[in-house]
Structure formats: C-alpha cells, structure tokens
Design a binder for this molecule. Structure first.
Ligand SMILES: Nc1ncnc2c1ncn2[C@@H]1O[C@H](COP(=O)(O)OP(=O)(O)OP(=O)(O)O)[C@@H](O)[C@H]1O
Ligand SMILES: Nc1nc2c(ncn2[C@@H]2O[C@H](COP(=O)(O)O)[C@@H](O)[C@H]2O)c(=O)[nH]1
Length: 199
C-alpha cells in the first residue's frame, strides 16, 4: 500500500512507498548539538543531515554547502516568499532555514533525516510534522553552557550575549519536546541519542 508523507498544511505532501523519519535535534546555542551530531554521523553515515541556509557570516573553517548555505538576507527572503523552507526563524540577528526539497526527498527515499535547529524552528516542525521525533539537548548547568559558548571562541562578545540571553527561554521549553538528554559527559549523551534512534 502507498503511504503518504505529508505536513499538516499539505504544503509538503508527497506519495512515498516507504518513508523514513524526521528527527529534530534542538537545544540552546553552545550545548553541543553540532558536536554530538557530527559524532553521530560518523557512527551512522546512513543518516541524512539537512544542511541549512543562513544569513550568518561563515566562521573560520566553515564550508559553504557543507556546514551551511551562506546566503544574503534578500536571497533568504525570496526563498521564504517562494515557500522553499520547511521551517525558518530569526536567531540572534540572523535568519536560519531548512530547505524543504532535499528533506522531503530523503524522507521519501526511506532515510532518517536529522535537523539541527533552534527552538522556534523546532516548534514549527512539531506543528507541521507531528510524526517527527524531537530531542532536546540540555546543558548540565547554565554556567557550563556559558563556558562552552565562550570556549568555542568563534562568536563576537555581542553574539555570545545574544545567544545567552535566548538560552534560558530555550531551556524552559525543553518539556515541549519528546525526549530530553543532558549533555554532561559527551559519550553518555551520544550513546543516549543513539539508543533513542536505533534502539
Ligand atoms: N559534553 C561536553 N562537554 C564539554 N564540552 C562540550 C561537550 N559537548 C560539546 N562541547 C563543546 O561545547 C562547545 C559548543 O558545542 P557545539 O558548537 O557543538 O554547540 P551547538 O549546540 O551546536 O551550538 P550552536 O547551536 O550555537 O551551533 C564546543 O566547543 C564543543 O566542543
Ligand atoms: N530554525 C532553524 N535553526 C537553525 C537552522 N540551522 C541552524 N539553526 C540553529 O541556529 C542556532 C545558531 O546556529 P550557529 O551555527 O550560528 O551557532 C543554533 O541553535 C542552530 O541549531 C535552521 O535551518 N533552522
């Protein structure tokens, strides 16, 4: 029997014989989402990581098309108007969005697709794709979160302040999501995510 993968709005509806699953990894900036995801992808190269678009400037070492699609604000706004994003949000002064087409195609081909996104985008996905599995990554403490953002050393003082300002609001929303995992000991957190995804 054909199954249909669809969003609640119907905007991203496509017939798929055997759809995979949409996974959302969210949590405050600096908690370790990206580091956890990179390790998870090394262990499970069969996962599909959705590369987001952003208007943020690249950090040293970031590669266009691999870490993000780095685009201008006007291009981003055009893509929003054309309905090209599954979700999007403004975070700490920049736009971030998930391109729809590759995600829908990959889910349709049976893949486990992972989005690493902030709170507002994660809420949008929960509303439009109720069958998505959402995982919220928590820091062991707010002080440790601050230490991690600062020690990453890749954001300006202003950007760090904006991210920390937003972080408490994000942490307060943890219970909206299906699963909460504390990223204290890295290996323990990684194993917990692996257990959730692969049993
Ligand atoms: N369990 C951990 N213990 C200590 N440091 C950690 C741990 N997990 C990640 N880190 C470190 O914390 C810093 C922030 O991690 P990372 O960049 O992955 O966060 P993030 O949640 O992806 O941030 P953003 O949302 O801003 O992209 C990095 O320097 C990373 O090495
Ligand atoms: N709503 C979305 N949020 C996204 C997306 N891609 C990344 N992000 C989140 O933005 C913040 C900041 O990221 P950074 O790389 O500038 O540190 C972080 O929480 C990411 O998870 C997206 O497509 N949509």
């Amino acid at each position: 029997m054909m199954q249909v993968l669809s969003s609640k709005s119907g905007a991203n509806t496509k017939e798929c014989p055997s759809p995979g699953k949409l996974i959302v990894l969210t949590g405050p900036s600096g908690v370790g989402k990206g580091t956890l995801l990179r390790s998870l992808l090394q262990r499970h190269p069969e996962l599909y990581y959705s590369v987001s678009a952003t208007t943020r400037s690249p950090r040293p070492g970031e590669v266009d098309g691999k870490d993000y699609y780095f685009i201008s604000r006007s291009k981003f706004e055009q893509l929003v108007a054309a309905g090209k994003f599954l979700e999007w949000a403004e975070f700490a002064g920049n736009y971030y969005g998930t391109p729809s087409e590759p995600v829908i195609d990959q889910i349709c081909s049976g893949k486990l697709v992972v989005l690493e996104i902030e709170l507002e985008g994660a809420r949008q996905i929960r509303r439009s794709f109720p069958s998505a599995l959402s995982i919220f990554i928590l820091p062991p403490s707010f002080n440790e979160l601050e230490k991690r953002i600062r020690s990453r050393g890749q954001d300006s003082q202003e950007a760090i302040a904006r991210r920390l300002q937003r972080a408490q609001e994000e942490i307060n929303a943890a219970n909206e999501f299906d699963i909460q995992i504390v990223n204290d000991d890295f290996e323990t957190a990684l194993n917990s995510i692996e257990a959730v995804l692969f049993g």
